[in-house]
Design a protein around this ligand. Structure first.
Ligand SMILES: [Zn+2]
Length: 145
């Protein structure tokens, strides 16, 4: 699998686990469960991300959480070289990943230098951990067999 070797740092030093507020608990609850969650209207079935109080299609307040799945497609990405800020390892790559039609999440990518990553390329979610040992997702290209 295309993954960092043990001890290799993904996009800089190990991250501190963020303070989880009620506004983002849905995301971190999913991450803790090893899932990329997206909101789905319980009445009309429209999927949306980030979540909204009401459905943008039918106005319903009813929703469920769905798992986006492990695969995605690179909508865009950037490999940062400059400016170099303290606390990060350069280069590092961040992508916008389409996990379902029209549903995109922003996440770190591996390898850090962007090798093998391309727009429209297939990617798969993988997991590393933050400083607290909690899961932290990143995406990496699907390697052809
Ligand atoms: Zn709806």
């Amino acid at each position: 699998m295309n993954a960092p070797a043990d001890g290799v740092v993904l996009n800089g030093p190990p991250r501190e686990h963020p303070d989880v507020t009620a506004d983002f608990a849905w995301w971190w609850d999913g991450i803790s469960a090893g899932e990329i969650r997206v909101q789905r209207c319980a009445d009309c079935g429209v999927t949306r991300h980030p979540p909204h109080v009401r459905c943008i299609q039918c106005g319903s307040f009813n929703y469920t959480w769905n798992t986006a799945g492990e695969r995605g497609r690179v909508y865009s990405y950037v490999t940062y070289h400059h400016p170099q800020l303290p606390g990060f390892t350069y280069p590092y790559t961040v992508g916008t990943i389409e996990v379902a039609p029209g549903i995109r999440v922003v996440a770190p990518m591996w390898p850090n230098d962007g090798t093998g990553i391309s727009v429209d390329g297939d990617v798969v979610v993988a997991w590393t951990t933050d400083m607290s040992g909690a899961p932290w997702p990143y995406y990496t290209p699907v390697v052809a067999r």
